[in-house]
Write a new protein. Structure first.
Length: 407
């Protein structure tokens, strides 16, 4: 029995929609050392909309004139994605956000306040009662001024559950259309997030969607987000490449592929266009001047690169033997095999064949061993041209194939 296939199939044909809330332009830009101009933010926003993102958080407009300008540019141009801005529960700031978003096709106000004891005491200097009252007052004031009013609890995962449940209930009664739970310091485990989503869904009686915002301090942001979806979250926050404060956020591209690969297990659908993910990631990396790790899932240089002889041999027969998804499905062009210390002769033969060349079996084995030895001190041969040059410089007489015959 294929255990993974059984797991992926799930037990129901019912699917529900999960909204994707992208905060690359807000939380992503808050990553230390990242500064993006309004014009650059607009370029990224266009790419996000093209990739099917439901809600784009364009920024925190009270932060600076540049941030305000960014939001205005994006709000004035996008016509499909809902544009939202982060806002404190302050009437003057709510009015500013309404004015900035006035030309947007669809508007959302993202109100937030911290609810954990440590934040209320040391950052807000407010009692729980004051936090509750301020939240209710702000939501009532904002209700009707925007297409959607979202309320987020900062540091929800370190909040008292009774207080958190209570403030979420009151937020919905006051007019919140979406409530959101932030794992602000990335301390939660997947089972914790699932339980929290279940508790808050019960608290608000599923009258509005419950969303999550997961940070990656324990490298669990995407796993926590997936667990939340399984528990019934109807909106999830992501960033392209997982960029964000400290260790970042849940990765859009990783989440999208996980949901695609395990579609029958999660029983959800999104509006994400998988074929646009590669170009979207390229745009964000280029425009934000990001450094992507070699082994970063899906987009790192090594994510679809193979050297091991056994692996390459299998992939030449069936590419899915060592990859969970065809990179071309994500708009990532081609696979890459390199020739190095762990190379087998199948890869060498493949590289030669791409240039229309062949070698006798004993010569092929000899060349393979020479490539292995060479790469230890000099690094791998990256492509077929490098192999051809290496072979000829070492005295190999390459035969050229024409119409499948040696000439």
């Amino acid at each position: 029995m294929d255990i993974l296939r059984t797991y992926r199939q799930g037990g129901s044909v019912f699917t529900r929609k999960v909204a994707i809330f992208d905060t690359t332009l807000r939380d992503g830009e808050q990553a230390p050392g990242i500064q993006v101009s309004p014009e650059t933010k607009l370029i990224i926003a266009r790419a996000l909309e093209d990739a099917g993102i439901d809600v784009i958080e364009a920024g925190f407009p009270v932060n600076s004139p540049s941030e305000k300008r960014s939001v205005e540019l994006i709000a004035n141009e996008l016509s499909i994605s809902e544009v939202t801005v982060l806002c404190r529960p302050i009437k003057e700031e709510i009015d500013l956000c309404r004015d900035i978003l006035r030309r947007a096709e669809r508007t959302r106000l993202h109100l937030w306040i911290a609810t954990s004891p440590i934040h209320m005491k040391y950052k807000l200097n407010m009692s729980p009662a004051k936090v509750m009252n301020k939240t209710i007052e702000a939501i009532r004031y904002a209700s009707g001024k925007f297409d959607t009013v979202q309320f987020s609890s900062e540091d929800a995962t370190r909040s008292d559950l009774d207080f958190l449940s209570g403030i979420m209930r009151e937020a919905v009664r006051a007019g919140a259309d979406v409530v959101n739970l932030a794992d602000t310091v990335g301390c939660a485990l997947p089972e914790h997030m699932a339980l929290l989503v279940t508790e808050i869904r019960s608290a608000v009686r599923d009258r509005v969607p419950v969303g999550v915002h997961c940070h990656n301090d324990l490298n669990l942001a995407t796993a926590n987000t997936l667990a939340s979806i399984r528990a019934g979250a109807k909106q999830v926050d992501v960033t392209v490449t997982g960029i964000g404060e400290r260790a970042g956020n849940a990765s859009l591209e990783q989440l999208a592929v996980a949901l695609l690969f395990h579609k029958k297990h999660f029983e959800v659908e999104t509006n994400i266009r998988p074929d646009k993910l590669g170009s979207l990631c390229d745009t964000v990396v280029r425009e934000m001047k990001l450094k992507v790790g070699l082994t970063q899932p899906l987009i790192g240089e090594n994510a679809f690169k193979h050297e091991s002889g056994i692996h390459v041999h299998g992939m030449l027969n069936n590419p899915m033997t060592y990859e969970l998804v065809d990179p071309q499905v994500l708009g990532i062009l081609g696979k890459r095999y390199i020739l190095g210390k762990h190379t087998g002769k199948a890869a060498v033969k493949h590289f030669l064949g791409k240039k229309g060349c062949t070698l006798a079996e004993h010569e092929l084995e000899k060349l393979t061993e020479m490539v292995k030895e060479y790469s230890i001190d000099n690094g791998p041969l990256e492509d077929e041209d490098a192999l051809i040059d290496f072979a000829r410089s070492n005295g190999f007489k390459l035969e050229v194939l024409t119409n499948g015959k040696v000439q």
